[in-house]
Design a protein around this ligand. Structure first.
Ligand code: GLU
Length: 423
């Protein structure tokens, strides 16, 4: 544990613990009986380490935070094309429980509002509602890293009072969005909303998204990176009810909140956050949860739009090791902009050199785009009558395979130099 990080978290919780604004949701009668003073805050890093403070072990119902996970499940199970014919990806500009569909497509605007979430449930493969729900619960449990279950009281409470969701489901059936029996679909939806989680479970589910679909604690893959990318995109634009723009501006992470008082926020590649505090503001977001996330984002610099990476630092050093042979040492994470910078530098220098050697042993991480660009360097230098080599001692950065195709790779700079001389 880092004492400093724990202290940050404790202080942020303490800073907002005395806020008494907001009111707990009561349209689902059972939700009105929760303790409004509960306040848990959890942070899970992408290596699975968890920081938690306050009531991080108190269970509450996941409610709408279930929506991105069911959306991810159906994207994974039936594919984006099939999902897109039933559910859009646009912000609705309407309350979460609006009885409406998109004017033109006659499908729900997105999967973060009730209409879209109910449509998503209907897409879960399964012979009957029980099988669909089991599949859903298994999926959530893999994301949370423990076996989750349902708060039967909350489930029954919503099932007996959820006329509005019933209206939505029957409307969807009339538009051909729901194939099955609306009441059977709703039963799964009410159960999914009543799944019990803690703020630490939410942090784990969020960090599974942050890790591109792999639960950092168990190492189990719950979904593909493409599913995560789609899910996070919809969370970013539609996740926080009618305050999504304000959230994107002041917190700046894909997120989802629920009327149970929970919030998840995801900082891709870095961490997941889970918060629980039941009193809600007029938009339906946890008052303390929102403020705590604003503080966390500001104090720990978590806004996804903050521009921190300096792509210039990709080239660590350059030196000439023989007449006309220049070595470029690259380091750090190599994505499009870093690779572009390296290639531009090499091409700019190419008048004065015959052979460029890119030394990659200090590159930490690289994506396929950057691999293809490095592999393509040789072709662009060849056109000018020059040669480009890569040095990658154990083929960690440029493994054998398609994105590396065309590259000439040596285990050491000396061997690359020998090849340059032979040339
Ligand atoms: N079960 C709730 C409903 O459908 C979830 C709403 C929410 O958390 O936004 O009304």
């Amino acid at each position: 544990m880092s004492v400093l990080v724990q202290k940050y978290l404790d202080e942020i919780r303490a800073e907002h613990a005395d806020i008494t604004d907001g009111a707990v949701a009561h349209y689902i009668p059972e939700l009105a009986s929760v303790d409004p003073s509960s306040f848990g805050l959890s942070l899970e890093l992408s290596d699975g380490y968890v920081y938690e403070t306050g009531d991080s072990a108190v269970e509450f119902t996941i409610q709408s935070i279930s929506k991105p996970f069911t959306y991810a499940l159906v994207l994974d199970q039936v594919g984006a094309d099939a999902v897109d014919t039933k559910i859009g990806v646009e912000p609705s500009g309407e309350p979460f429980n609006e009885i409406s569909v998109d004017n033109q497509t006659k499908t729900p605007k997105n999967a973060m509002i009730n209409a879209g979430a109910i449509a998503a449930v209907s897409l879960i493969p399964g012979a009957d509602p029980a099988e669909r729900f089991d599949r859903l619960l298994d999926f959530y449990s893999v994301c949370a890293g423990r076996r989750l279950d349902v708060d039967e009281e909350v489930y029954r409470s919503e099932k007996t009072t959820g006329s509005r969701n019933r209206a939505i489901a029957y409307m969807l059936q009339s538009f051909g969005v729901l194939d099955g029996d609306p009441d059977e679909v709703l039963d799964v939806y009410f159960r999914q909303c009543a799944i019990k989680v803690t703020s630490s479970d939410l942090a784990c589910m969020a960090s599974t998204l942050a890790r591109g679909g792999v639960n950092p604690g168990s190492g189990i893959r719950a979904m593909s990176p493409a599913v995560v990318q789609r899910t996070l995109s919809v969370m970013m634009t539609c996740g926080m009810y009618d305050a999504t723009g304000m959230w994107a501006t002041t917190v700046g992470m894909p997120a989802k909140s629920g009327v149970g008082g929970g919030i998840i926020a995801v900082l891709p590649s870095q961490l997941g956050i889970g918060v629980y505090s039941p009193p809600l503001d007029r938009n339906g977001n946890s008052v303390r949860g929102l403020r705590a996330c604003q503080s966390l984002s500001a104090q720990l610099g978590l806004h996804v739009m903050s521009v921190t990476r300096e792509s210039r630092s990709t080239i660590r050093a350059t030196h000439d090791i023989a007449p006309g042979v220049r070595v470029y040492e690259l380091h750090g994470d190599l994505l499009f902009a870093g690779a572009e910078r390296a290639l531009r530098t090499v091409e700019h220098d190419s008048d004065g050199i015959d052979v460029a050697i890119l030394e990659l042993s200090r590159v930490d991480d690289i994506n396929d785009v950057a691999r293809r660009m490095l592999a393509g360097m040789r072709e662009s230098l060849e056109r000018a009558g020059k040669e480009g080599y890569l040095v990658d001692p154990d083929r960690r950065v440029m493994p054998t395979g398609r994105p590396s195709a065309g590259a000439v790779i040596f285990p050491t700079v000396d061997e690359a130099l020998r090849a340059a001389r032979d040339r």
